[in-house]
Ligand binder design. Structure first.
Ligand code: UCC
Ligand code: FAD
Length: 582
């Protein structure tokens, strides 16, 4: 009973206790590792003051827009009230605000202005890292926009894409364009070479018209796209496989009657997550386009886009982990169980600390890839850097994609039942990270990409990997507290070397079966070395050492252990199949 004699539970009264919600604070100021990393590598005051101000804006304003994007998902209006086909994708006002914000804040432009030389990419990606979990998935069109700008830059900024390039990289909201990336067709998203049916019919003015069906096209409200198609010869014949694919540029625009030129939007996908963003099926019915690549070089030409979007994907993965940890640790200071705050339960803290170690590892791995990208773009990359960038791009994408699902899932549990409640906004985080291991190349496809780049470099890529990983350990030789971590990385490196030697003597098919474990080994060992290197920095904290030690306690080289157990022997595929289909 309350004072005054009223019953505590009666009428509209539901008791007096209400749990305080987790509070999002400035994600830049809240991130000790991000700030330390920048202090170490890019200590410009202009960068930290921009990130501090942006972090404030993200926490106080942008995060709310992101939520609005989630609860006001896009819808497709096929017809106007008078029956005319219009195919309008109606998006929320928050989604449109994200576009203006992205231009104003230079979220793509920073990478091309290069005001901070080789560190410009690190600056750009740090900003995206702060933005991503609050962006309502606007980071998806930004990734593709950045990728398209990169492709254009690599083939030359000239007609017909000079205007597009300047719009993709502008800071002026009224000029800013986003780009799509239409690769996937119904027959194949991984196997693009066999799956692409779209044909390009040449026109008398040298341009093309595209006819086909694109099965997944995200952020379909884009202003332009890069896509793949097969050019027809005079007889209408096309070349099969990837040798028949070329890269095309098309603007997404409307004619004087308001109809999309050469495109019908078949429907929007009904998705598990990423619901803030439209993903459509598109019929290309004579879409006007220009060929950008040499004939049959479509896949190789769009690979530059894949590199960029895969790095963005990894930023989103690491920042999803970072965000859930930030919210969970805040919640642990507000929620009481068994008479004390969650933060005072050692087992709960251990759980959060494990999430933190994963997050730190993911962050350092992806930032290192951004560092390499920045070097390459400024013409400062050595051969070793170029090999590392090629190898680590699929590695970071596939590894962080998987980590993000595990960490965000664990993160939801740390809110107890509230983590499962839709309007807390927490479940959307899990739904959204689940896509990160699927699009832009699944885990297996990227593991095979690791094999592809190793094979095509005649061992140079692996040589770069071994020598750079070892060099990352050099600062730790005199730091006794790090000795167990260094020992673990050195042992894993030698196990990996043994595996590579053994694998070279095995029949074809052996490496294919080992590909996923190999990629995971490359990720874990390299990340261990990065954590050690960071912990050796003169301004590192004791927590940096602790994080390195904890990371290196896990199995760093699963491929070595499994190789010894015969997991990749030729007899395993039939056994796997029998097991699955029993
Ligand atoms: O999912 C998509 C968009 C989602 C929304 C955007 C989100 C962004 C993140 C946002 C965060 C919030 S777009 C669709 C993405 N699709 C894929 O990623 C396709 C997955 N499949 C693959 O990655 C395959 O490996 C293929 C299609 C790239 C290649 O398969 P093939 O047919 O077996 O290829 P080949 O014959 O081995 O390679 C053809 C050429 C070769 O060069 P050339 O012709 O000079 O010998 C390869 O060396 O392409 C080159 N190549 C590469 N080069 C292939 N992969 C690469 C690479 N990764 N880097 C450089
Ligand atoms: P499949 O290729 O059929 O793969 C099925 C399974 O088989 C996967 O687990 C895969 O790893 C495995 N597999 C396939 N081949 C091999 C192999 N050789 N060895 C071992 N395992 C293998 N695409 C675009 O082009 N543009 C977009 O904007 C876009 N947006 C998307 C948005 C969302 C929300 C989603 C979910 C997808 C989007 N995609 C987009 C498509 C995405 O890129 C593809 O779905 C993805 O590349 C996988 O292709 P698939 O769906 O054809 O799967």
């Amino acid at each position: 009973w309350e004072a005054g004699g009223f019953p505590l539970f009666s009428g509209s009264k539901i008791g007096s206790f209400f749990q305080e919600k987790p509070v999002l604070k400035n994600p830049f100021l809240e991130d000790a590792l991000l700030r330390a990393y920048l202090r170490r590598h890019l200590p410009e005051e202009s960068v930290s003051s921009d990130l501090r101000a942006f972090g404030e804006r993200v926490a106080n304003e942008v995060d709310g827009w992101g939520r609005e994007c989630e609860v006001t998902p896009p819808r497709l209006v096929h017809f106007d009230p008078w029956g005319r086909r219009v195919d309008h994708i109606v998006t929320s006002s928050a989604w449109k605000r994200m576009k203006d914000l992205s231009a104003e804040e230079g979220l793509v432009a920073i990478g091309y202005e290069r005001a901070y030389g080789e560190w410009s990419r690190v600056y750009q990606m740090s900003k995206l890292f702060i933005f991503s979990p609050s962006s309502g998935l606007y980071t998806c069109p930004l990734a593709m926009t950045d990728g398209a700008a990169k492709v254009i830059q690599s083939i030359g900024v000239s007609w017909p894409v000079d205007e597009a390039y300047s719009r993709l990289t502008t800071r002026q909201p009224e000029r800013f364009w986003t780009s799509g990336q239409w690769m996937t067709e119904r027959q194949g998203g991984s196997d693009v070479a066999s799956g692409t049916e779209t044909v390009a019919v040449s026109q008398s003015d040298g341009s093309y018209k595209l006819h086909g069906f694109k099965w997944f096209t995200s952020a379909t409200d884009a202003d332009m796209t890069l896509t793949l198609a097969r050019t027809q010869d005079q007889t209408g014949a096309t070349t099969p496989g990837s040798r028949g694919l070329s890269l095309f540029y098309a603007e997404v625009c409307r004619d004087e009657d308001g109809l999309l030129k050469g495109i019908e939007v078949q429907r929007l996908k009904d998705k598990l997550g990423t619901r803030q963003m439209p993903t459509a099926e598109l019929l290309l019915d004579g879409l006007p386009a220009h060929k950008l690549s040499a004939e049959g070089k479509g896949v190789a030409s769009i690979a530059n886009m894949l590199t960029i979007t895969r790095i963005h994907n990894s930023i989103s993965a690491a920042s999803g982990m970072r965000r859930v940890v930030q919210l969970a640790r805040d919640y642990a200071t507000r929620r009481t169980a068994f008479g004390k705050l969650l933060k005072d339960h050692p087992l709960h803290m251990q759980t959060l600390a494990r999430m933190e170690v994963e997050t730190r590892g993911a962050f350092l791995l992806v930032m290192d890839v951004c560092r390499l990208l920045g070097k390459e773009e400024c013409g400062l990359a050595s051969q070793l850097d170029t090999h590392l960038l090629r190898l680590l791009t699929p590695v970071v994408k596939l590894y962080t994609g998987k980590q993000a699902v595990a960490v965000v899932s664990e993160g939801l549990e740390s809110f107890g039942g509230q983590g499962y409640i839709e309007d807390t906004g927490l479940p959307a985080m899990l739904r959204d990270v689940q896509v990160l291991s699927i699009w832009e190349g699944t885990t297996n496809i990227l593991s095979l990409d690791v094999l592809r780049c190793v094979a095509r470099s005649s061992g140079m890529v692996l040589h770069a990997y071994f020598s750079h990983t070892k060099s990352l350990l050099s600062g730790a030789s005199s730091v006794s507290s790090l000795a167990p971590a260094v020992k673990a990385v050195e042992a894993a490196l030698s196990e990996l070397k043994d595996f590579v030697q053994v694998a070279a003597t095995r029949p074809p098919g052996y490496l294919e079966l080992a590909a996923r474990d190999l990629a995971f080994s490359l990720a874990r060992i390299y990340t261990g070395a990065l954590l050690i290197d960071h912990a050796c920095w003169k301004e590192a904290s004791p927590s940096d050492t602790y994080a390195a030690l904890r990371w290196c306690e896990q199995a760093l080289c699963p491929v070595g252990t499994k190789e010894k157990r015969g997991c990749y022997d030729p007899n395993t595929p039939p056994l796997d199949a029998a097991l699955v289909y029993e």
